[in-house]
Design a protein around this ligand. Sequence first.
Ligand code: LLP
Length: 428
Amino acid sequence: MESVGDHLSDSNGVLCIDGISCSEIALRFGTPVFVTSERRIRDSYRRIYDAFATNRKKFRLHYALKANNNLSIIRILRSEGAGADCSGPAEIFLARLSGFSPEEILYSGNYNSDSELEYALRSGCIINLDDATILDRLLAHGDPSIISFRINPGVGKGKYEGIVTAGPDAKFGMREQEALSAYRHAMKAGIRRFGMHMMTGSNVLDAEYFPIVSEKLMGIASRISTELGIEFEFIDIGGGFGVPYQPGEEALPIEEVAKSVVGVFETALSGNSRMGDPTLVVEPGRYLVCDSTVLLSTVTHVKRSYKTFIGCDAGMNTLLRPALYGAYHEVLLANRLGMKRNMVANITGQICENSDMMAKDRNMPEASPGDILAFLNAGAYGFSMSSRYNTRPMASEVLISGGKAEVIREREDFTDMLQRQRVPAHLL
Ligand code: LLP
């Protein structure tokens, strides 16, 4: 079987997750279902945490909740010692509900509304602002004790164009001059504690990129520090640590990345004593949860005509990434592994859109209705980007831990779709 991590195995031709058969899971819980290995999340957390923490004592890791907002998964990462990276009030709410203290939460919004700023301030979390002029709008609601600004260092990188989050075409962050005046303004407003942040792109497998972009950020931090005489409590280099999805891609050598980033970080600090001794922060999402999860789906119909289409009950409503970015997800015939891939097919969901393609021109084994497909690497930006389009209920989620499978999010039913709808009297 394709090598995809030791939580996945082949037992007599059936894909197993931590020893539990995918055919059984599909039978017991129905499909589409996201199935997550708790052990794999913990392993991934420890791998990246240890890589950085062995190189720098003052280090913190915040889990980016946007990648997967399931409460059980958030709690697994909290129990490992992660902090939380939140993109909006509802994520701050989830983080607080999951037991994170306000100081363990970093809120990086963008184009925030006043009510969002007020919510964040009231929650007591650390606020990271995307534009200098948002500070005045925040100050109208009260005085934060610490503030951070998101820098756009002028370059970004991501596996797909849509996930590059810095550089001239990105909507995020501020340039050095703007940041300089933002920190100056914050000082005038009486704020004395500062952080600095960037997030330049997602799913980066190029190890050399991380020290290069970190060096840019450290240069900006150093110059601002000197100019204004401020120290930074933390400097956050964002997430973006990539995971291989397709054949031929190599895993990111995270120890090497951590070592070189810490090297750049500490060299900058030793070159400018005014910067203080900030905590190095990273905020990965994908790296922690992506490969922990497979999406199981049942083949519903195979059309053999001008092309071959394998239709299944998971589509762009369940896993949006192929339709949105043209993203590649490996697809296995989970109940009959090891079969020869002797046909070329498009794999499609049941949505009335032609972009509802989960894979295009993919070499696949002969599949028939009732077979189980496994879409790999579905743990990051899988469920969290899914929708009810075409009035399809949201999928369920199952967690495998300690040799047991348990539902962690129930499948929706039709009545869930009626929630909060109101029909005016004249239409009744
Ligand atoms: N911090 C901030 C401020 C972010 O915006 C993101 C992701 C992260 C951290 C976590 O990035 P990660 O470590 O997961 O790369 N939906 C896309 C990914 C978009 C990422 C957006 N920001 C996908 O499915 O590939």
